[in-house]
Every structure is written in structure tokens, then in C-alpha cells.
Design a protein around this ligand. Structure first.
Ligand SMILES: [Zn+2]
Length: 215
């Protein structure tokens, strides 16, 4: 069975956004903490043990703290059930959380070659040593099955497809490190549970306030 946990559902900046004085952000800071929300990301799992993140938001650290499924296994000093991260684009909202995953645990990073090229061109992402964090290119229209740390299949089939979208804003006016016309900068993903043949459906299986900031 495919499990999906919504880690966050807010647009870039989250709610409240640090520099925003709009009525919603004002209420979220004061009498309505239930309005607080972290930036969009989900986690998926087919075997009940190994998880894959779809994008790593700047709020990843808080999201992992409040998501028991993603905690280290009891009794282990170093462990993470996160087997991989699948990136749909290279915006700050999707990749900044990778910097919170730099403490030497192995996982695989799946992304389009254009997104991998951007990560390669930003030396700060070298904190994810390629010995521990393998880069796996994915292609539009070509389904792939992410693997578990021992190389076994995950039971999840992911089909990347093209969606309208621009390259990362921080590249505007600059040359894209991968050149070309932008195809592949933004992907949609169709996620299939291979055992049941069913596609992912999101379900909140945690406390209502789970994925949000605590006031
Ligand atoms: Zn606001």
C-alpha cells in the first residue's frame, strides 16, 4: 500500500512568511496559530519502512521533527528511514532542505539532469558528498523505480512528466548551467504503487496539527 504524508502545503515562504504583514500572516503570528504552515513537500512509502521525499523544502528539519515515520529507528545511533529525495525542480523551495541532510547518512537524489547540473554548479551542495548521496538522473516520459539502500526495488514506480514552469528565479538573466530550452526544469510526477497497481492519493494519517509549526 502506498502511504503519503503531507509534510507541508504552503507556497514558498510558508505561513507566516518572515517579512509579510498581510492579514493571514498577522493572524498566523497571533491569535490563529492553526494557520501556520510549512512549505510544500510530501513523503511516500510502499513497504512501511523506507520513505522517499518529494522535494526538500527549507522547512524540512521542522517537518522531520514532527513526523514520527521519518525518525531514526529506535535503538540506533545513526539511522534514517529516508532512502531518497526526488526533486521536481531546482527552486529554493524544493532544494534548500537538502542542506539539512548533510550529516553523512546515505540516500539517493533523483532529479532531471538540468536540476542536477544546477546543484553541481552551486558548490554549497557539495556538503552532500557523492560517496553518500548518489545522484540519479531521471527523464521526462521514462518511468523509474527508486531503490532501497541495499539496492532492492522500492515497489514505487514514478513517471516524470513535463509541466509548465520556469527555471529557478535565481537563474533569471543568467546562463543555465545545462544550457538548452528549459525542458525538464519543472516536472510533474505520477506515482504508482506497483503491488496494487494504484496511484498515490494523499491522506492525513496524523494529528491535525502534525505537519504545521507549533506555536
Ligand atoms: Zn502573508
Amino acid at each position: 500500500m502506498l502511504r503519503v504524508v503531507v509534510l507541508g502545503a504552503a507556497a514558498g515562504g510558508g505561513v507566516p512568511q518572515w517579512n509579510c504583514g498581510c492579514p493571514v500572516c498577522l493572524m498566523a503570528r497571533t491569535e490563529h496559530p492553526e494557520l501556520r504552515s510549512t512549505q510544500a513537500s510530501i513523503a511516500i512509502c510502499a513497504d512501511g519502512a523506507h520513505w522517499f521525499l518529494i522535494n526538500a523544502s527549507p522547512d524540512l528539519r521542522q517537518q522531520l521533527t514532527v513526523t514520527p515515520q521519518l525518525h531514526p529507528k529506535a535503538g540506533q545511533l545513526r539511522h534514517s528511514p529516508i532512502a531518497g529525495v526526488i526533486l521536481t525542480n531546482s527552486e529554493v523551495d524544493a532544494v534548500a532542505g537538502l542542506l539539512s541532510m548533510r550529516e553523512g547518512s546515505p540516500f539517493t537524489l533523483y532529479a532531471h539532469e538540468r536540476v542536477l547540473a544546477i546543484l553541481r554548479s552551486n558548490s554549497i551542495f557539495n556538503v552532500l558528498n557523492e560517496k553518500n548521496v548518489k545522484r540519479q538522473p531521471v527523464e521526462v516520459g521514462s518511468a523509474f523505480e527508486p531503490t532501497l539502500p541495499d539496492g532492492a526495488p522500492s515497489g514505487i514506480e514514478i513517471l516524470p512528466f513535463e509541466v509548465p514552469g520556469k527555471g529557478a528565479w535565481y537563474l533569471e538573466g543568467k546562463t543555465h548551467p545545462a544550457g538548452g530550452d528549459g525542458a525538464g526544469d519543472t516536472l510533474g510526477l505520477r506515482i504508482l504503487d506497483k503491488a496494487s497497481g494504484k496511484y498515490g492519493r494523499s491522506r492525513r494519517d496524523r494529528k491535525p496539527q502534525g505537519p504545521r509549526y507549533r506555536g
